[in-house]
Design a protein around this ligand. Structure first.
Ligand code: DGI
Ligand code: FE
Ligand code: FE
Length: 402
């Protein structure tokens, strides 16, 4: 008996968009699939009330997006699963329930790199042919060698799906909604209407933000020593409080606080190397005191290693040690939080600076910069002061009523 050819496409689908649909449709026509099964992932292991609401939205948007395509189906099996879902379990379950199905598992070529880190790649490869969609910014030779390795190791059958290069992403769509930019034509009209009528993605989703912070925390813990990690959490919470007090973005302040010292435990020679390799300019003072570079290198790693795209956050990290003249509110908040977080205890004047921080950011900057310059000038500290620290001080000390 001929088996029924089923393409499986998983994803958070938050929201589903034309990129997913185009891949699915091309998989159908290229591999003569009878059906595509969209399976939204169950995301959080703790399935609380907000998870139930959020997953219901994701599922409903999938249903709306595919309803006029007779070859497209969906399943809530992962969303409804009581435990965390894994691809190998999903495929096992499907082949047990539907022995008449021949499975084709669809994934992005960029995920191919991670397949080996998934649970039981050998089971996945034995139960399904893997169809990878290839965007044309990816290197075909890399993909081919990756695929060859997987074939050798797990007997994987890996085949390409040729699609037009549509670089829509769910994250981009969420950002566009939040920034009141159009999303029309990026997803089916029914899904667009659903997003609008349910006010999805309007605010920065703080739960999603928290999830992102948790993930970064886990990685940072490995990169930093214990004290630095504790300091980092102190800066994150303090920056958050200052953002609340001064009406800045809470999410950005926390993210900047969490990552500001991510390069602090990178050895000096490696910091210098990272700068040289990536055309990050090094000043004379920085070469003499490479510890200063942890700010610029931190911004670089925040972007490249931790996936931070927000320019305001990256800028705040880059200038957090010396400041710059004319700082943004986020720059100021991070700079100040770094100085006053609860674990700090060495600086003089801390209690009056802490109090001032919640009243007047510029006045606080002036106090901190003045103390820092005195400290660096002090007899035990023969480090040369970074001219940028001095410039920042002059900017904030001048102009006011002294
Ligand atoms: O990274 P943290 O310890 O949390 O704090 P930070 O980013 O303010 O860095 C503090 C270190 O940087 C400390 O070792 C003093 C040094 N520093 C701060 N401003 C200057 C400076 N070193 C020099 N040479 N010149 C400066 O202007
Ligand atoms: Fe620092
Ligand atoms: Fe710090």
């Amino acid at each position: 008996m001929e088996k029924i050819r089923i393409g499986i496409i998983g994803g958070t689908f938050n929201p589903i968009h034309i990129g997913h649909l185009i891949i699915a449709q091309n998989a159908v026509s290229q591999y003569h699939l009878d059906r595509i099964l969209f399976i939204p992932t169950g995301r959080s292991p703790h399935k609380d009330d907000s998870y139930i609401e959020e997953s219901a939205h994701r599922l409903e948007m999938v249903r709306l997006a595919i309803r006029n395509n007779p070859a497209f189906y969906f399943s809530a099996m992962e969303i409804n699963a009581p435990q965390t879902s894994y691809t190998y379990l999903t495929l096992q379950e499907l082949s047990r329930q539907y022995p008449e199905w021949e499975l084709y598992f669809i994934m992005g070529a960029d995920s191919l790199d991670y397949l080996e880190k998934w649970r039981h790649p050998e089971i996945i490869c034995s139960l399904a042919t893997i169809l990878v969609s290839i965007r044309d910014n990816l290197n075909i030779d890399d993909i081919r060698s990756r695929a060859d390795t997987l074939s050798r190791r797990y007997g994987a059958k890996i085949k390409p799906i040729i699609t037009p290069n549509v670089s829509v992403s769910s994250r981009d769509i969420r950002n566009r909604v939040r920034n009141h930019q159009p999303i029309r034509y990026l997803l089916p009209a029914e899904v667009e209407a659903y997003i609008e009528s349910h006010n999805l993605y309007q605010e920065q989703d703080s739960r999603m933000n928290n999830e992102e912070l948790q993930k970064i925390k886990k990685n940072l813990k490995k990169e930093l020593d214990k004290n630095r990690y504790e300091h980092t959490l102190g800066v994150m919470y303090t920056a958050g409080c200052l953002a609340m007090a001064h009406g800045a973005s809470l999410e950005q302040a926390q993210l900047a606080g969490l990552l500001h010292d991510c390069a602090k435990c990178v050895p000096n020679d490696k910091k210098l190397k990272i700068c040289e390799k990536n055309n990050i300019p090094i000043t004379e003072v920085e070469r003499a005191n490479p510890v200063l570079l942890h700010a610029k290198v931190g911004a670089f790693l925040a972007k490249e290693e931790y996936g931070v795209e927000n320019e305001a956050v990256l800028h705040a990290i880059a200038v957090h040690t010396t400041g710059v003249p004319d700082m943004s509110i986020l720059d100021k908040i991070l700079f100040i939080a770094d100085y006053i977080e609860p674990m700090r205890n060495k600086a003089s004047n801390l209690s009056s600076i802490r109090k001032m921080a919640f009243a007047d950011l510029d006045e606080t900057l002036k106090m901190i910069l003045s103390d820092t310059i005195h400290y660096l000038n002090g007899s035990k500290n023969d480090k040369n002061i970074d001219p940028m620290t001095r410039k920042t001080y002059e900017y904030y000390a001048g102009g006011s009523n002294e």
